[in-house]
Design a protein around this ligand. Sequence first.
Ligand code: GLP
Length: 249
Amino acid sequence: MRILVCKNYDEMSKKAAQIISSQVILKSDSILGLATGSTPIGMYKNLVDMYNKGEIDFSEVKTFNLDEYYQLPKDNIQSYYYFMHKNLFNHINIKKENINIPNGMNGDVEIECASYDEAIKNIGGVDIQVLGIGNNAHIGFNEPNDAFIKNTHLVDLKESTIEANSRFFDSIDDVPKKAVTMGIGSIFASKKIMLLASGECKAEAVYNTVYGDVTPQVPSSILKFHNDVILIIDEAAATKLNKEDYKLI
Ligand code: GLP
């Protein structure tokens, strides 16, 4: 696990966008695994700027998003479908048919989950998966649990996640209680993983990811078992790490 620590959120966002852009320059038909949440917004902004300057072309790129709320329509401004279009897809030349986001409205959620994993497998796997991290160390919506769940699945959100995400909704009662998320196996099928974290509220989750035992109670801890993971975090998120374990950039 390589750890790069950037001065602040803006620097982290720039670095993350540079890594995605290098991936797309090296392989124009890259498969990107994308994440939502407030953390990657700056990265998406940088990617849009790079696109506007003609530095990056998304015409052959395909994307798979990590997760989506269950039973929240696409046009709800809190849906991850809406988020991705607002922050990235509406501003770049990606083809509509190359965008994949779990459909939380599918009446048959089991079929939805199985076909999502199948689609990732058929395409040969994701080249680089972007991850944020929850305060409770969830990745995607893989919540602390008694076991790691391999495949894309329907999950009951933890109270702490509902509370954390309620900041985006009018009231906590509006936050969906369930979501569809790629499982740990689906995430691990990615060739590279880039986890972003910003702010002191993530420092403990980052500490547990780096130094803690691998346990489903700390979902991100499993990342130690993947052979190509890079953490791009800011100084605030790195406050609990030993200085010799990361590179300050
Ligand atoms: C959400 C998303 C995750 C995200 C996490 C952290 O619940 N499902 O993919 O990483 O919360 O969000 P934020 O970046 O806003 O702290």
